[in-house]
Write a protein that binds this ligand. Structure first.
Ligand SMILES: [Mg+2]
Length: 233
């Protein structure tokens, strides 16, 4: 059994900045920060790491209490932001997911810095949530490699609940694939021994991704034959 992990923002979809907008509105309305520090990077990072950096940068305590308060405010604004910003599913995504599912030997999951409930709302908004029965999320972990380890643990839980044949096959023939749009995705993929596919449909242009040495770089996920080919290599 293969395991394919996908990133969300810049890989499966573009929210048109809905996530960042909900971040900014929460910091403004709930924490009195009118404008967020533009030097804090969002792409490829966990929601918790971004929020903690913003707290520090604006003189707030990076505490669990502030994180919980922020999380609640962010989720309460996310759906409205998703509607207002009108993003889109990236080209080739539904066909790639269908092609992976049609093989019958690939378990599909998420490896994302989004908090789980944020991921669910973003993907539900674009009717993609049903594809992902397991994954690793940015609720607890700051580092993406820790999210990758949690994603692997969740994948194993998911696969062990399946038929004996699938489990036996999984034990001998497991191959892990990580698909993402930033060097962070490739780096964390390596940390769990995965092969990595990079796609420059988010914030990182192709030369930046190439420097991070993915196994395959495709211009968009419409070109999914090289991705399927990795699974059989
Ligand atoms: Mg991304």
């Amino acid at each position: 059994m293969h395991i394919c992990f996908l990133d969300i923002d810049g890989t499966l979809l573009l929210t048109g900045g809905a996530g960042q907008s909900a971040f900014a509105d929460t910091l403004s309305a709930d924490f009195g920060i009118p404008e967020i520090d533009a030097n804090v990077g969002f792409a490829g990072r966990s929601d918790k790491a971004i929020a903690m950096d913003l707290f520090r940068s604006h003189g707030l305590e990076p505490s669990e209490q502030n994180w919980r308060r922020f999380r609640e405010g962010y989720l309460s604004r996310l759906e409205k932001a998703l509607v207002a910003k009108q993003g889109s599913v990236l080209p080739g995504v539904p066909r790639l997911l269908q092609a992976l599912a049609d093989r019958g030997d690939v378990a599909i999951g998420l490896l994302t810095g989004n908090i789980r409930e944020g991921a669910r709302r973003k993907l539900s908004h674009y009717e993609l949530w049903h594809w992902f029965p397991f994954g690793g999320f940015g609720d607890e972990h700051m580092e993406r490699c820790d999210i990758a380890a949690a994603a692997m643990a969740d994948a194993q839980r998911h696969l062990n609940g399946r038929s004996a044949a699938a489990t036996a096959n999984g034990a001998t023939n497991r191959q892990i694939l990580v698909i993402g749009d930033t060097p962070h995705d490739i780096h964390c993929g390596r940390s769990i021994g995965a092969r990595c596919v990079a796609v420059p449909t988010g914030n990182s242009p192709a030369p930046v991704l190439r420097d991070a040495q993915p196994d395959v770089l495709v211009e968009t996920l419409e070109n999914f034959e090289p991705i399927l080919a990795i699974l059989d290599r």
